[in-house]
Structures are given as structure tokens and as C-alpha cells.
Design a binder for this molecule. Structure first.
Ligand SMILES: [Fe+2]
Ligand SMILES: [Fe+2]
Length: 353
């Protein structure tokens, strides 16, 4: 029997019972383990079958699911080989900084619950009954927010990355200026000019925010592989199993985030949007345009942002090593140049009407 496509908020937020909770560095986190020791992500009892049902519904109607090519994913800096080199030479601060930034950014994920959702029933020609779009404010955004920043006395990804960092690097001293620097850089962007003024600002703002988070969630896959590689390496990690396992648990929790956003944005692309002046525009044209804009911006800015966050501190940290010149040379030799591909795959069609 096909799974239902309609759920209550309580159902979307419900978790399966676990035999053993996930405790990380003394912090009770979300999710937990079943009798066989298998990790189960929080709030997936109904959310997971719901997402599968919405995706099947799109496929049955002949619509494709949006995907972002893996070739667009910028590499993490410093890369795993560079991070391990520093750790082997007793230089911990750059990695502590990187991991702290990741934890903070995970916590920012809670902002998704504050997204202003306009009257979507009026925005599209087609019905929204039994779609992911219809459940954004009925549990999907809230579940996402709770997963990222924790809920009540349960830690979320923010606390789980901190626990992985503290276990692997033995409770390192956390530089006091990480958040301040991050906020300083984030404030510089300014709001983007609307790409589709005809759909109205509230709808474009919501779709752009969701598309942005969708891309971040997909690109995070590279960060998880990087984290698992470093933190589960016994040569540089004091807790290879605990810290590496923790990042794998976070990685598992991200799957529903990627998939509900993919589903909802694909539902938009499969629909027709009513413009504010009574005309129509294809949802696909809007989604392609927004994704193209976001991908161009993110593939260009992210590598340099990560370098900027660390640059000053990195040189200084390397100078504290016993042989700083050789270490800097070895570090630079491991650098891998990366250029974003020239195309995003979402370029507007030349004949687009
Ligand atoms: Fe997360
Ligand atoms: Fe996420």
C-alpha cells in the first residue's frame, strides 16, 4: 500500500522509540540507537515515509527531482591532508576553528523556522493537497530547525559537532573570536535584488532561502566526508570511533533535510506560479533561475570565504610549530587548486518565454 501524503504536525515531528539515547561528551543529543546498535535519526518516524510518498507522487506524474551536480561542490579548506599535517605537528588551532565554525553554522539552521511563508494555496495554479509544500509549516521547517540547533534538553548538530571536536582534540581551547569574525563576514553580503519581481517578494524570498539551504545541505556532504576522514584517523584523533561516529550520525540526519527541500522545490518546478499582475510563469523557470544565481555565487565565494576565515590565524598558528618554514611549505604543497565549473546546469534557456 502506498504511504499517505497527508500528515499532522505532530506526526512529522514524531520519533521512533530508541533503546539507547545518543550521549556525546556528556550532552544528551537527539536520535538514538535501536537494540542492534543501529543509529536512528530523530523525527523520522513519519517524515521519512512522507518524503518518499511525495517523491513517488512527483515521479508518477512524470516530474523529475531537482539535483545539483557534485562537480559544483567546493572543497573544504584546509583539506583533510593539510589538516592532518598540522595536527601531526601539534598545530591544533586552525582545525578547532574550522570545526567551531561548522558547529555555529549548523546552529544557524534554526533560522528556517522563521521563514515567512506566503499563502501558497494562492501562489500556484495546481493544488497543494498532499505535498511537501503543504507541510513546510506543518512540521517540516520545525523538524529541520530542531535537528540543527537542538530542542529543549536535547542537543542537535551544533552540540554534536562540538562534542566530536572536543572528543577528537581533547577539549581544546576555543578561540574567542570565531563567532564575531563569522558574523562580520556574513554581514557584508547585502540583500540580493529580486530575480523574479513578478512573483512577489515574499514568495521569491522564501524560495531563494529554501534553495540556498538546499545547496548548503548538498555541499555539506563534502564537509562530512572531510570530518569523518580527519576525526576517525587514530593518528590525529584522540577518539576516532566516538568522533568519527558522531559525524556519521549527523550525516545521516541531513538526508531528510536534503530530501524534503529537494521535494518541495521540485514541486514548485512542476507547477505554474501566478504572478502578482495576474499572469503566469512556469515554476521551473523560477527554480532554475534562483538555483543558477545561488550556485554561481556560492561556488565563487565559498572557497575564498573559508580561506579568509582562517588565513591570518593559520599563518600565526604555523609559526608556533617547531619548524614553521618547512611546515608552511609542506602545507602549501598539499593545497589543491579548485576552479568552479563554468556552467551550473541551471542556465536560463535562450528561448525561454
Ligand atoms: Fe545539520
Ligand atoms: Fe541540515
Amino acid at each position: 500500500m502506498a504511504e499517505s501524503t497527508v500528515y499532522t504536525t505532530e506526526q512529522i515531528l514524531s520519533s521512533r522509540p530508541v533503546a539507547e539515547p545518543l550521549i556525546a561528551n556528556g550532552v544528551r543529543c537527539h536520535g538514538g540507537f535501536d537494540e542492534d546498535g543501529l543509529y536512528h535519526s530523530p523525527r523520522t518516524l513519519c517524515r521519512q515515509p512522507a518524503i518518499e510518498a511525495w517523491q513517488a507522487q512527483l515521479a508518477d506524474a512524470g516530474h523529475e527531482l531537482l539535483d545539483i551536480p557534485a562537480s559544483l561542490m567546493p572543497p573544504q579548506y584546509p583539506n583533510a591532508a593539510q589538516a592532518k599535517l598540522l595536527l601531526r605537528h601539534g598545530v591544533h588551532e586552525p582545525l578547532v576553528r574550522s570545526l567551531t565554525i561548522i558547529a555555529i553554522v549548523e546552529g544557524f539552521g534554526a533560522m528556517i523556522r522563521d521563514v515567512q511563508v506566503p499563502d501558497l494555496g494562492k501562489a500556484f495554479d495546481e493544488s497543494l493537497e498532499g505535498t511537501a509544500l503543504d507541510h513546510l509549516t506543518r512540521g517540516l521547517f520545525e523538524a529541520h530547525a530542531r535537528d540543527e540547533s537542538g530542542y529543549r534538553d536535547e542537543g542537535g548538530h551544533k552540540q554534536m559537532w562540538e562534542a566530536a571536536r572536543d572528543a577528537a582534540l581533547e577539549n581544546p581551547k576555543i578561540p574567542g573570536d570565531v563567532l564575531m569574525r563569522l558574523m562580520g563576514r556574513r554581514g557584508q553580503g547585502g540583500a540580493a535584488k529580486p530575480s523574479f519581481p513578478e512573483i512577489g517578494e515574499p514568495l521569491e524570498r522564501m524560495l531563494a532561502f529554501m534553495a540556498n539551504v538546499f545547496v548548503i545541505e548538498i555541499f555539506a556532504e563534502g564537509t562530512f566526508r572531510w570530518g569523518v576522514d580527519i576525526l576517525s584517523d587514530p593518528e590525529v584523533s584522540a577518539a576516532p570511533e566516538v568522533a568519527g561516529g558522531m559525524v556519521r550520525n549527523i550525516q545521516a540526519d541531513e538526508k531528510p533535510h536534503v530530501e524534503y527541500l529537494r521535494t518541495a522545490l521540485s514541486e514548485v518546478a512542476a507547477r505554474t506560479i501566478q504572478t502578482v499582475d495576474g499572469k503566469k510563469i512556469s515554476g521551473k523557470k523560477v527554480m532554475d533561475g534562483l538555483l543558477h544565481r545561488i550556485l554561481v555565487q556560492m561556488t565563487r565565494s565559498r572557497p575564498s570565504d573559508q580561506r579568509d576565515d582562517l588565513r591570518e590565524n593559520l599563518a600565526q598558528a604555523i609559526r608556533s610549530a617547531s619548524n614553521p618554514t618547512a611546515l608552511q611549505d609542506d602545507f602549501d604543497a598539499l593545497d589543491m587548486a579548485w576552479e568552479p565549473p563554468t556552467k551550473t546546469g541551471f542556465e536560463p534557456a535562450l528561448d525561454a518565454a
